[in-house]
Write a protein that binds this ligand. Structure first.
Ligand code: KG4
Ligand code: ZN
Length: 344
């Protein structure tokens, strides 16, 4: 049995978890910072970093206490080393290094995106490589062929905003506050998705990528006209995102017949209508559809611990001088796209 401690601090959740290679989650804690950032309508990096400093150590003590194990009992420490807000990433990574050094245990520096990408395998033991992954979060919107641990081919990325970012900005425009995704989904339930005509950037395009900036601007214009019901705007926006995600994913599924399954991960994957649309798409291709449970879609420590389990099994451990990385693409060979530098 291999037992790994996972630490996550790349954005606005502080999290720790103990997970073993038999997929048992011994204990896990997530501490969100919604209240701290809500007055600013978005994550303030300095506030986030300080909150991670305050919270991480107590969370680690809690998971060890709940699991009834000690530092000496675990096999390695996995910590998010990027990409993300660098102050927060450093808090988790330095904490992981200190624990690894003190306990004489290996350190595993985890790419946060690999945490999301492998999390469906924590939930589903039958999920085999290679699979097609739609990774949709606050900072990223990518289609990846997951060929194995540490082995990713990026098929598509966003040329401007991420899907979660578009949800968060739409929420702000509609006065729904932060975090925006769940609030927009909730309001959209009472709206008509056909009420407000909105663009679907790159829909049907020959290139594989995503774009959401034009949609965001159109929502801003429609909101400023003040003639639409907010619920109709929310529903119409969400439908436009769904249409884009489905269209781009369909293109990738056509390009990857070898994929054993169609998988979605990342915070936006918590959205029920999006999951329903992607489920239908996978069925059209006769592929199993795999989506982690909602708690595993948004940032958490279990996905980092699980990525640690997978990397440990593959012999991938890191030196204690490994650096925190604000940007860290999963597929280093992927070409930069238009607007690159905006999103990896
Ligand atoms: O993966 P995640 O927790 O953090 C990042 O690594 O970015 O994703 C957070 C993003 C936010 O943009 C949030 O608004 C979005 O996921 N999100 C949702 C929903 N829940 C979270 N977007 C749409 N519908 C949801 N239910
Ligand atoms: Zn994330």
């Amino acid at each position: 049995m291999t037992l790994i401690l996972g630490l996550e601090s790349s954005c606005d959740e502080t999290a720790a978890a103990l997970v073993d290679n038999g997929r048992r989650i011994w204990a896990q804690r997530v501490s969100g910072q919604e209240v701290d950032h809500a007055p600013y309508g978005g994550v303030v990096p300095e506030i986030a970093a300080r909150a991670h400093v305050d919270r991480l150590t107590p969370l680690i003590e809690d998971v060890f206490a709940e699991a009834g194990v000690k530092l000496a009992d675990i096999d390695a420490i996995a910590a998010t080393a990027g990409p993300g807000l660098i102050g927060g990433v450093m808090v988790g990574l330095v904490t992981g290094k200190a624990l690894a050094h003190a306990a004489g245990k290996p350190l595993i520096a985890v790419n946060h995106l690999e945490g999301h990408a492998l999390s469906p395998r924590l939930a589903d033991p039958d999920l085999r490589f290679p699979y097609l992954l739609l990774l949709v979060s606050g900072g990223h919107c990518q289609l990846l062929l997951v060929r194995g641990v540490d082995d990713y081919r990026r098929l598509a990325t966003t040329i401007d905003d991420a899907a979660g970012e578009a949800f968060d900005k739409t929420a702000k425009l509609l006065g729904l506050g932060y975090p925006g995704g769940p609030a927009v989904e909730h309001l959209a339930r009472e709206g008509d998705p056909t009420a407000v005509p909105l663009p679907r950037p790159l829909l049907g395009s020959g290139e594989p990528h995503f774009s959401f900036a034009g949609l965001k601007s159109a929502v801003a214009r429609a909101a400023s006209e003040a003639v639409h019901r907010p619920a109709d705007l929310a529903a119409s926006f969400q439908q436009a995102v769904i249409d884009c995600l489905v269209d781009r994913s369909r293109r990738a599924l056509n390009a990857c017949p070898q994929a054993t399954a169609f998988v979605v991960a990342g915070g936006v994957a918590a959205n029920e209508p999006i999951r329903a649309a992607l489920t239908a798409l996978a069925a059209n291709f006769d592929k199993p559809f795999v989506a982690p449970p909602l708690w595993l879609c948004t940032d958490n420590g279990a996905m980092i611990a699980w990525a640690g389990v997978e990397r440990f099994a593959a012999g991938l451990i890191d030196d204690l001088d490994v650096a925190a990385r604000p940007r860290w693409p999963l597929d280093p060979s992927a070409e930069a796209v238009r607007g690159a530098g905006v999103k990896a």
